[in-house]
Design a protein around this ligand. Structure first.
Ligand SMILES: Cc1ncc(COP(=O)(O)O)c(C=O)c1O
Length: 423
């Protein structure tokens, strides 16, 4: 229960809308930012907390019956590389259980920089901040880059954190469309229409969660030129960069002077629970990102960093063999889904999600809920933005038997829907 008062004791403060500084001038905008503290169930709660919600992905997961087939959560059903597990245990036993440098241990920063050197020979540890996950990297980027009143172009559909992080920073997320008929590629003409003198940044995500789409090299170049022309920072979420099926994904690093790369080891090394990611940025921006990152979590976990470094150094092909299995599952999933009446899909080129569209007279939440009752967890497409309505997201980070079972349930559901429509 929410109560909000402008004059009573509930009123705490407000933050003025337009950002301060010479960068912007008055003009068109997509919203203003006035923040109000208010009571929620008797507790004083800041506006930024009320502006965001628990992710729709989590809600489905938490409502699932026991033994449901989980095609909902986005995490590899593999273990981290053996060398990393061993190094983690050793690190803990050898007493590496203390704070480390805020930006990460030098060896890991160097190893990450090395991975970017083919894109840019000048990249070095000063460009790299090790974070406590890709999520934290995204939050640090949002808080370091966006001021209240700024606008941020975010993909629709897109990963759940982009719009909420913009809101938490007091900025306004401005969705840009990713349509299946354009294979989920952004439309430059639309971006030109959406950009205003308050637009601060554009978030891009290739390979994409939830669509699995990859931006072509030409699209990356065009987006970088667009960002340069409008003086925008590109925040490029590349956490699935190594999970690709039909060729590499083009990184934004080196494509523009103003790029922040968000990356993570969660997916590529199958360690979502270890919470380790990183940022790559220009040296001056890395200093600012590191300040925010320090104020969020002081430093990334020490034993995990040692373990990741060992995993990277061992280079045992764990990611490549996981990707081979995902590729086989992608073929299975695309084959099965393509036969289901009432569904259409763009085969994913990367990540481990497929984002079919359905034609049944139901909302995404209704379909996902009815599927949940039949024993398969999926994610309603509109958890990723308004243009996800009419879609479901299925994760194929699940075993082949579970994929067959889960998609089998979906096929039976589709048959029932077709029969009901025929009546
Ligand atoms: C596109 C994208 N970015 C970032 C993340 C965050 O990953 P993590 O916080 O586990 O590093 C995820 C997780 O699902 C994701 O799908």
């Amino acid at each position: 229960m929410l109560s909000l008062s402008r004059n009573g004791p509930d009123r705490k403060r407000w933050c003025p809308g337009p950002s301060i500084g010479p960068r912007r001038h008055d003009g068109a905008s997509h919203g203003t930012t006035i923040m109000w503290t208010a009571r929620v169930d008797g507790e004083m709660v800041a506006e930024r907390a009320r502006r965001v919600e628990i992710s729709g992905i989590r809600k489905m997961f938490e409502a699932a019956p026991p033994n449901a087939v989980n095609l909902g959560l986005g995490e590899p059903d593999f273990d981290p590389p053996a060398a990393a597990i061993e190094a983690l245990c050793d690190a803990v036993h050898q007493g590496m259980n203390h704070y480390g440098p805020s930006a990460g241990i030098p060896g890991l920063r160097d190893a990450i920089a090395e991975r970017y050197r083919d894109r840019d020979p000048n990249v070095s540890r000063e460009n790299v901040i090790v974070t406590g996950s890709g999520s934290e990297a995204l939050m640090s980027a949002a808080l370091a880059l966006y001021d209240p009143g700024d606008e941020v172009l975010v993909p629709n559909p897109g990963f759940v954190l982009y719009a909420s992080h913009a809101r938490i920073a007091g900025a306004t997320p401005v969705p840009y469309r990713l349509l299946p008929e354009h294979r989920f590629a952004p439309d430059l003409d639309e971006l030109e229409r959406l950009v205003t003198d308050r637009t601060r940044a554009i978030i891009v995500n290739s390979p994409s969660n939830p669509t699995g789409a990859i931006l072509s090299r030409a699209a990356v170049d065009r987006l970088a030129a667009f960002a340069d022309e409008h003086d925008l920072t590109i925040v490029s979420d590349e956490v699935y960069e190594e999970i690709v099926y039909d060729g590499p994904a083009t990184s934004f690093w080196g494509k523009s002077d103003r790029v922040v790369i968000v990356n993570s080891f969660s997916k590529t090394l199958a360690m979502t629970g270890w919470r380790i990611g990183f940022l790559v940025a220009s040296r001056p921006l890395a200093v600012e990102l590191n300040k925010i990152h320090y104020h969020i979590m002081a430093c990334p976990p020490t034993p995990t960093q040692v373990a990741v470094l060992a995993g990277l150094t061992a280079g045992d092909g764990a990611t490549a063999s996981m990707v081979r299995e995902f590729k086989a599952r992608r073929a299975l999933v695309v084959r099965m889904l393509s036969k289901i009446p009432g569904l259409s899909l763009v085969p994913p080129a990367g990540a481990f999600y497929v984002f079919p569209r359905f034609s049944w007279p139901r909302t995404s939440l209704e379909v996902a809920t009815e599927l949940l009752q039949r024993g398969v967890i999926t994610t309603p497409g509109d958890a990723f933005g308004s243009l996800g309505a009419g879609h479901l997201r299925l994760s194929f980070a699940a075993s082949r038997p579970n994929l067959r079972r889960g998609i089998g349930i979906l096929a039976e559901y589709a048959t029932e829907m077709a029969a009901a429509e025929g009546r």
